[in-house]
Design a protein around this ligand. Structure first.
Ligand code: OGA
Ligand code: NI
Length: 335
C-alpha cells in the first residue's frame, strides 16, 4: 500500500496557498486562534551544573509541579554531539522518498519503530502535519538496527554517542526529581524501570506548511513516558498548556527540553504533572525535533511510590504494566 507522506504533500502545496481539508484543524484547535498572545510567563530554564544541590533540586521539583516541563542548560551534553545528531537526522529526511521508505514501519507490526506518518484520522477527521522516524537507542539488547538509517554513514555513530550522554543527563534528572519528593535518590529511576529503561528516539519532521495558522504538527497530548528529553531545531513550534493558555516554548540554542511524562506523574502520585503539549508548523522552514522517550519495559509494573502513599494520601493511580497503560491510552480506554 502506498502511504502518503506529509513531506510529499507539502512539496505539492509549495506553490499554492492551501492545504488539503484533512489538515485544517477545527477552530478550537487552530493555532492562529488558540495561541496566547498576551504577556506570558516563560517555561523555567534550569542550570544543571548548579553547585548548590539544594537549589537545583528545588528548581527542578517546582518546575515539575507547576509546569511539567523545563529547559536545561549546562547539562553535560556537548554541543557537537547534539549538532551531529541533528545533522544526520536532517540528512536522512532530505533523502529521496524511496531511500526513506526502506525504513518504513512494518504494516501490522505491534512495534512503533520505523519511518512513518500517522495514518488514521482523529475524531474530527483530521491529520497532523508531520512525518517521523522511531527507533530505540538503548539498551543495546533492545536495539533493532533495521530501523537505523545506513545513510548518512555516520548516522549510527552519532546516535550511539548521543545515547551515551543522554543517559547521564537522565540519571541526574531522576536523582533531583527523587530528592525533590523527599524519597531515596534512586527511587524514581528504579520505579520507572531501572537499568531496563528503554530509550526510544523519535525524529519529528514538520515540512514547511502554506497555512501554519490552520494546521497543527503533533496535536495536544501528554507523553506516555516517564521523562522525555527533547532537542528542537531552530524553528520554534512547541507549545504547552499553562493555566488554560497555549504558550510558545522559547528556543534556547543547545538547551534540552525535559517533559514530565505520565509515568512520573503516576510514580509521584500526582505531585509532578505530565504536561499537555502540541506543536505548530512554519510557513517557510522545516521544523524538526528529536525527543527521546524514557519508557519502562512493557511487562514492568508502574504505580505510585509506596513511600508517598498513606492514609491521608491514598493512591490516585492504579499500578499496571506499562504495556497495558499504553494499550488503554492508545485506544482511549479508561486506565
Ligand atoms: C512528541 C512531541 C513536540 C515537538 O513527539 O511527542 O511532543 O516539539 N513533539 O516536536
Ligand atoms: Ni510529546
Amino acid at each position: 500500500m502506498e502511504v502518503e507522506r506529509v513531506q510529499a504533500i507539502a512539496s505539492l502545496s509549495l506553490t499554492t496557498d492551501t492545504i488539503p481539508a484533512e489538515f485544517i484543524r477545527p477552530e478550537k484547535e487552530q493555532p492562529a486562534i488558540t495561541t496566547f498572545r498576551g504577556p506570558v510567563p516563560e517555561i523555567p530554564t534550569i542550570d544543571l551544573s548548579d553547585p548548590d544541590q539544594e537549589n537545583l533540586v528545588r528548581s527542578i521539583a517546582n518546575a515539575s509541579k507547576e509546569w511539567g516541563i523545563f529547559q536545561v542548560v549546562n547539562h553535560g551534553l556537548p554541543t557537537d554531539v547534539i549538532a551531529k545528531l541533528q545533522a544526520v537526522g536532517k540528512e536522512f529526511f532530505e533523502l529521496p522518498p524511496e531511500e526513506k521508505e526502506v525504513y518504513a514501519k512494518i504494516p501490522g507490526s505491534q512495534s512503533i519503530e520505523g519511518y512513518g506518518t500517522q495514518l488514521q484520522k482523529d475524531i474530527d477527521g483530521k491529520k497532523p502535519w508531520v512525518d517521523h522516524l522511531f527507533h530505540k537507542i538503548w539498551p543495546p539488547s533492545a536495539i533493532n538496527y533495521r530501523f537505523w538509517p545506513k545513510n548518512p554513514p555516520s548516522y549510527r555513530d552519532a546516535n550511539e554517542v548521543y545515547a551515551k550522554y543522554i543517559r547521564e543527563v537522565a540519571n541526574k534528572l531522576f536523582t533531583s526529581l527523587s530528592l525533590g519528593l523527599g524519597v531515596e535518590r534512586h527511587a524514581l529511576k528504579e520505579g520507572a524501570g531501572g537499568e531496563d529503561i528503554v530509550y526510544m528516539l523519535k525524529i519529528n519532521y514538520y515540512p514547511p506548511c502554506p497555512r501554519p495558522d490552520l494546521a497543527l504538527g503533533v496535536v495536544a497530548h501528554t507523553d506516555f513516558s516517564s521523562l522525555t528529553i527533547l532537542v528542537p531545531n531552530e524553528v520554534p513550534g512547541l507549545q504547552v498548556l499553562k493555566d488554560d493558555h497555549w504558550i510558545d516554548a522559547k528556543y534556547i540554542p543547545n538547551a534540552l527540553i525535559v517533559h514530565i511524562g505520565d509515568q512520573i506523574e503516576i510514580l509521584s502520585n500526582g505531585i509532578y504533572r505530565s504536561v499537555l503539549h502540541r506543536s505548530t508548523v512554519d510557513k517557510g522552514k522545516a521544523r524538526m525535533s528529536w525527543p527521546v522517550f524514557l519508557e519502562p519495559p512493557g511487562e514492568f509494573v508502574v504505580g505510585p511510590l509506596r513511600q508517598l502513599v498513606n492514609e491521608e494520601n491514598p493512591p490516585k493511580y492504579k499500578a499496571k504494566k506499562f504495556k497495558d497503560y499504553a494499550y488503554c491510552k492508545l485506544n482511549k480506554l479508561p486506565q
